[in-house]
Design a protein around this ligand. Sequence first.
Ligand code: ZN
Length: 77
Amino acid sequence: MKPPICCICNKRIKNFENAGLVSFKKRSSDIEWEEKMEREGKVGHPPYADWFCKKHYEKANKLSYLPIHKALKQFDE
Ligand SMILES: [Zn+2]
């Protein structure tokens, strides 16, 4: 698992009340990744999930029906 740093603004997350890991819609490559990890007995940071700070968490949650690469495009700063 990656350290808890917001993938949008690179802020380290200290308070997890309104911030945290958001899992997005899995693409076929994400399902392949999961199957591979399970087969090899490994753990890692899921390619379809990332950390979001308080400022970006709510929006990320609302976009979680999208695959992650599409959701991240919705964040324009
Ligand atoms: Zn952020």
